[in-house]
Design a protein around this ligand. Sequence first.
Ligand code: ATP
Ligand code: MG
Length: 456
Amino acid sequence: MAPVADKTSAQSTGPQALTPRIFLAEEHPIRLKMIDSDALHILKKLNSSGFSGYLVGGGVRDLYLGNPPKDFDISTDARPGQIRKLFPHSAIIGKRFRLVQVFCHRGKVIEISTLRSLSEHDLDGPEAVLAPNNTFGTLADDAQRRDLTINGLFFDIRDQTIIDYVDGVRDLNDALIRIIGDPDRRIHRDPVRMMRAIRHSARNNFRIEEKSWQAICDNHQMLALCPPSRLRDELLKDLYSGSAVAWLETAIASGIFLTLFPLYKKPFASQQEGYPPAQTHLLRLAAALDRINLHARQRKTAQPPDFFLLALLLIPWAESRYGIFSQNLKGSALFQIAKKIRNDIDRDLGIQLNLRRSLRQEMIALLTNLSVLIQHRQNDSWPKWLQNKSYFAMASLLYSCYMEATFDTPSLDRQLSSLPVAPEEPQSLPPERTLHKRGKPAFSPKTKGGIFGLRK
Ligand code: ATP
Ligand code: MG
């Protein structure tokens, strides 16, 4: 580890005019051959055109830890217009903070941002009056505007050094999540940073540093002020991560979980006869979910859809509130409960997470189907009419999760081995997570017959 002279030629304006630590090639594990060839090409082109180009953020973090990065983000001192000219297949996006998307082969998109002094999420403060051009910054500024120290590193392909203004390498080595700057202030500016801290702690099995942890515990209610669609997207990333158990444990301990899911306040405080306590039940369900997602990643099978994940997360609540899985509810009794669940979800979750109407309906249909399946279980062989339903595959996958999480009955492995292979997708798009054909909702309120409006 060698603190080395300042590599930046640009002048820093603020208090962040720090000297970085430079980690030479022999002092870290990142090698050029680990970098995506398109990202490498872009970096070389920026450098050969007289600009500096750096690999930044999650890409550097993941390569350092030996994990495959999800994407490779690039920062440069070139302005958006200059970047755009260098890459014919590119477009400038963003209103306040413009960045350039470069379109590569097979639909892959790599984002290049100009070094800047503020995160777009800090723009609600007094700096919001600044013109976007005034937020361009130096390497030191750009490091300080990032969320976590482990996400604030730059990799320079020219000499294969890591440039570290925020002690991110130390924290990577110590398996520590630390919010950059004053955690309270950074969280007030963008409460979603709390979710990002918990995500990276859960994904990497890292501890959260004390001051950052305290700030998260003190401010978790601020999440309610964030745009609901941002919260939903962040939550779904965690549910799909394969580390949902670790995420849940930390989200519950910090208070974040109850801020996101206020309907769990009562279930957490009470105990249901014949069931594990709601928290334990949730964690066991999350363990089943992690197995599904890890299996999907390893075997390249399709991931379950969003409504499956959200319905799974609501199982202990639906049981604790309405006894929907234990009371053998039939006919109109089950229909009435489904209606109540729908009202609760609309009021206490749907708006807060901006869940679209069809997704809410699919969640409720799945929970209702689960109740039907539980009532029809006969040595694991289902009536033919039930197996022929369009919703059967999803409902029986949820049923397997339920049986394992509730009664320790192993049944998920068999289901996993029969999951369909996911279609090959362009790398730019979010994974097509569907085991359930879109455009064919399992729940159709207009359909006559079937079970409680569920398609036959
Ligand atoms: P992932 O593996 O999920 O992509 P990531 O850290 O790369 O993790 P991105 O959402 O791709 O996450 O963000 C890229 C980088 O942008 C981060 O590494 C971090 O440096 C910065 N960043 C993202 N969100 C924020 C935020 N809310 N505030 C400050 N910096 C952020
Ligand atoms: Mg990323």
